[in-house]
Design a binder for this molecule. Structure first.
Ligand code: AMP
Length: 291
């Protein structure tokens, strides 16, 4: 069946209700467009788990803390729609700002602890914008499942928290990070990197991998591993480190050791472009968790 695009919530509901009446399960893949393989992997996963896949295409103004970042965010809806159709999306929901934020809009959704740390420190208000728009998209679509990339790990945890805390009847599915050949996590912002910044950006994944290599030698001390990651990134002249940390995978609080595992999160800017990455860290092989 040919893919449709709708702009208004009423048309979205008509299409989704039609699919639901014929017994189809509905999956939602929220995106801001400028699609790459990372997005396509979410669509693929959604197709394996749901019969009717809605992809939203909306550059959400309220999650940007920097007006230039919002204005320069890559936009190519014609290409995006073609890629979505090829990937097997059933329906593209491409609302205007006025369809999402109606006149008099006055409500926000905030996961308080998770919004203030890490990315939230550098981007105040960002996760409030994300939590609010994702809640709205899930409710507008009435999705059974919604698919998010592990690349934006803090975002994934914010969404999981909100859905659990507000009893939203949707299953959140986290999908693995898709990377370029040199390890750089795919991101719509990568196209804005200069050639030098682009090759320097591979340092983020290298720092994460080094942390696991050191852990594999038996070093579980999170302070030592953090310092090692930070040093690795700081040596790269094009990179300005924001944070390199190791936290527990649920609440994202600092851990002292990775005796029972942890997740390493890094963020750095390359020129004006802010990039993030992460990796699950495991204790050294053969290490037995003592409780
Ligand atoms: P965005 O369009 O950047 O808001 O991203 C839309 C969704 O795609 C989010 O759930 C992201 O986490 C996910 N995503 C972005 N880049 C990647 C990637 N390299 N691998 C996997 N998922 C990704």
């Amino acid at each position: 069946m040919a893919m449709n695009t709708v702009e208004h919530v009423t048309d979205l509901r008509i299409a989704v209700n039609g699919a639901k009446r014929s017994g189809k399960t509905v999956g939602l893949v929220p995106t801001m467009g400028a699609l790459h393989q990372g997005h396509l992997s979410l669509i693929e996963r959604a197709r394996t788990e749901c019969d009717f896949v809605v992809m939203s295409l909306f550059v959400n103004p309220t999650q940007f803390t920097d007006i230039e970042d919002f204005e320069k965010y890559p936009r190519d809806p014609i290409r995006d729609r073609a890629l979505a159709e090829k990937a097997g999306v059933s329906l593209v929901f491409e609302p205007g700002v006025g369809d999402v934020y109606v006149k008099g809009f006055d409500t926000v959704v905030v996961a308080r602890h998770l919004s203030d740390i890490l990315e939230g420190k550098s981007r105040p208000g960002h996760f409030q914008g994300v939590a609010t728009v994702v809640t709205k998209l899930i409710n507008m679509v009435g999705a059974d499942k919604a698919f998010f990339g592990e690349k934006d790990y803090q975002q994934l945890q914010v969404v999981r928290r909100v859905v659990e805390d507000l009893n939203i009847p949707v299953k959140i599915v986290g999908c693995p990070i898709v990377r370029e050949a040199d390890g750089l996590a795919m991101s719509s912002r990568n196209v804005r990197l200069s050639e030098r910044q682009r090759s320097a950006a591979a340092i983020l994944k290298k720092a994460l991998d080094y942390a696991q290599e050191i852990a594999d030698t038996g070093v579980h001390d999170a302070y030592a591993l953090r310092a090692w990651m930070a040093q690795t990134i700081e040596v790269e002249a094009e990179a300005k480190l924001d944070y390199a940390t190791i936290v527990d995978p649920d609440e994202l609080r600092d851990v002292d050791t990775i005796d029972s595992g942890g997740i390493a999160l890094v963020a750095a800017t390359f020129g004006k472009i802010r990039l993030i990455d992460n990796k699950v860290l495991k204790p050294a092989p053969g290490y037995e968790v003592r409780r």
